[in-house]
Design a protein around this ligand. Structure first.
Ligand code: ZN
Length: 278
């Protein structure tokens, strides 16, 4: 695929700020990518694998496909443990990740360069909160991971596919890991993504602090919860788990956690109840 040349060395000699020029050219290239015809075979893959796509409005579908074009042009994929990176792998991951970008000004997960994909659950050293002061350590099975200091996301392909095939079970490893990337956009890993105003930040802090404390308390006393109790690990996991519930169980989340739902709706500029299969 050809797109406009965007090296900035030539224009920087005019005395203009290179970062500004680079930003302008990046935006121009992205608009160009968004406007390209979406490959038919990619669309067939999305329609087959990513079930929430059918429930989006026509304008949201167009926006999602545009974001997917940019995502696929900018991110690198690597297969692990023998997994071959096919267009099906790339498109199925990209379309789900880009649901998080609809209706918002976005820089396309700017801290992320590479997506590593294993065929299925993989083992990694981990330390996990079990209950109270009890932590489990050792090799544990993982569906995915990312980190503030990594420029990568790791995903298990079978979990990616099963998450996309059931858009209302509250579990989606792609939404979870890419929510972490949104969290990192303000250079912190604290469960608070980049929010535009001081009022938004204060409101977010107040609501999330209360909801996180409630989930921790429920986890320790064994009370059943809508949110995955993995979210009780820390505020960053709480945001990732809440994002999964927001997109996959929006009605239940709004009923049982109305303030949390309202904060997420305000941040994502979306109301998934409008298109949920729940
Ligand atoms: Zn996580």
């Amino acid at each position: 695929m050809r797109y406009p040349d965007e090296t900035c060395s030539r224009v920087s000699t005019r005395g203009l700020d290179c970062a500004v020029i680079f930003g302008f050219l990046k935006q121009r290239r992205r608009r160009w990518l968004q406007a390209q015809p979406f490959p038919k075979e990619w669309l067939v893959t999305i329609e087959r694998n990513v079930l929430f796509f059918h429930r989006l409005s026509a304008s949201d579908q167009v926006e999602l496909l545009g974001h997917t074009q940019v995502f696929l042009a900018e991110k690198r994929f690597e297969g692990c443990d023998g997994l071959e990176i096919t267009d099906e792998v790339r498109v199925t991951i990209a379309a789900q990740a880009c649901l998080l970008l609809l209706h918002r000004k976005t820089d396309y997960f700017p801290r992320l360069l590479t997506i590593l994909v294993y065929p299925s659950t993989y083992l990694a050293e981990d330390r996990r909160h079990v209950h109270g002061h009890v932590w489990q350590e050792g090799k544990m099975a993982r569906l995915g991971e990312t980190g503030r200091w990594l420029d990568a996301i790791v995903l298990a392909w079978d979990a990616v596919k099963s998450g996309a095939a059931d858009p209302s079970d509250g579990k989606n490893v792609v939404l979870h890991e890419f929510a972490h990337q949104l969290d990192y956009e303000n250079y912190a890993e604290d469960g608070a993504p980049a929010l535009a105003t001081r009022d938004q930040r204060l409101s977010w802090q107040e609501v999330m602090r209360g909801e996180f404390a409630s989930l921790r308390a429920a986890d320790e006393t064994g009370i059943p919860t809508l949110l995955d109790t993995y979210g009780a690990t820390n505020p960053a996991e709480f945001f990732a788990v809440s994002t999964e519930a927001f997109f996959e169980r929006p009605r239940a989340l709004r009923t049982r956690h109305p303030k949390l739902y309202a904060e997420l709706r305000s941040y994502f500029h979306q109301d998934p109840i409008e298109y949920s299969a729940e």
